[in-house]
Ligand binder design. Structure first.
Ligand code: ZN
Ligand code: ZN
Length: 365
């Protein structure tokens, strides 16, 4: 036997449509599964209230119930998508999704971030540089001012979801909200898309932008140009442009932080006698004094002549590593001079050779 629907809703037999609606709304709110997760009793009450209201809110079914005490052949358990879903939506609209908190997804979307690889020289990195770059990107369409709608037309409220952006599907007695398949949750339809951008709201453009590279920038650093990425769709904000700075390999300098290193080939005589040699510096050359008695791999520093520190005062050092190059062939004169040198050096040992001899002695006992 079906229960007495009036009793389920707690209303008298004389209840008006407004009374029924009010009573049903109160019960449905109280026992809605969203508010009573896992509560079987609440689910049961919710289902009963739905059934009672579905019958009593329909004049024919109510009359049938009043006369025969049953809902009639069409009612009872048969709550279809359209039947109950629509009923539920009509009464609650955004109630369970929070009322004021709209579930609508905006058509507006932020533009994509873009990346541009900029190659500069080490000299440019040292001095800082302002340069122009050409960026292909999407910008808001001129014809529709980014709306995607043909001039003279406007967006229409979606007829499937009535602008709510979501539809409710009823599975048994559970109601599930889903994004509207017709408008993808926007709540609005663009029936007259702009012909220039085909409703995208954006068009391709090449934009010449000025980029300021700060002195001391390092390879692989990125500069963010806020709002210079692709334009947003349908009024959304633009993305950002990231300029990835790559520094070309230099002919003679290797950078280590703010210091620059240069391998400088020198002869034995230059190391032994000392010398003034011409060396490369950034943007030119300079004289470097090699003191007499310098050793292979020794590093001679020019303080403060390296790269500037990024966004700080001061510079790193310019470092020359002395690389001894031994001649692979000697002419007669060189040979004679070296033999004479060796004869003149008999018995003389440098500190390295002396220390080595000591260790050898220990080893042999
Ligand atoms: Zn829709
Ligand atoms: Zn357009």
């Amino acid at each position: 036997m079906p229960r007495d629907y009036y009793e389920v809703l707690g209303v008298p037999r004389s209840a008006t449509d407004a009374d029924l609606k009010k009573a049903y709304r109160q019960l449905a709110m109280q026992y809605h599964p969203d508010r009573n997760p896992g509560d079987k009793h609440a689910e049961e009450r919710f289902k009963e209230a739905n059934e009672a209201y579905a019958v009593l809110s329909d004049a024919d079914k109510r009359a049938h119930f009043d006369r025969f005490g049953t809902a009639g052949p069409a009612a009872g358990g048969g709550f279809t998508d359209t039947g109950f879903g629509t009923l539920f939506e009509d009464i609650f609209e955004n109630f369970f999704s929070g009322g004021a908190r709209s579930s609508r997804r905006s058509r507006a979307a932020r533009g994509e971030d873009l990346q541009y690889e900029l190659k500069i020289t080490l000299e440019e990195a040292a001095a800082g540089v302002e340069t122009k770059i050409q960026i292909p990107r999407l910008e808001p369409c001129d014809a529709c001012r980014g709306t995607g709608v043909e001039a003279g037309s406007r967006l229409e409220t979606c007829d499937l979801c009535h602008g709510r952006g979501e539809v409710r599907r009823t599975h048994g007695f559970l109601t599930v909200a889903q994004p509207c398949p017709k408008c993808q949750g926007a709540g609005q339809l663009n029936r007259h898309p702009c012909t220039r951008c085909r409703g995208e709201g954006r068009q391709r453009a090449e934009r010449l932008l000025s980029v300021k590279i700060p002195a001391g920038i390092e390879d692989g650093m990125q500069l963010r140009l806020s709002g210079e990425g692709s334009g947003g769709a349908n009024g959304g904000p633009p993305g950002d442009l990231y300029v990835l700075v790559r520094i070309r390999e230099h002919e003679v300098f290797v950078r280590e932080g703010a210091d620059l290193y240069c391998d400088l080939p020198v002869s034995f005589a230059q190391l032994a006698l000392g010398a003034e040699v011409q060396v490369p510096v950034l943007n030119g050359t300079a004289e470097l004094r090699i003191p007499p008695g310098s050793q292979p791999h020794q590093i001679l520093k020019q303080k403060g002549k390296g790269m500037p520190h990024l966004r700080q005062r001061g510079h790193g050092d310019l470092c020359y590593r002395l690389i001894l190059e031994v001649p692979q062939r000697l002419n007669a004169k060189q040979r004679e001079a070296l033999l004479a040198f060796e004869a003149a050096s008999k018995g003389e040992r440098g500190p390295l050779a002396q220390a080595f001899l000591e260790r050898m002695k220990k080893l042999l006992g």
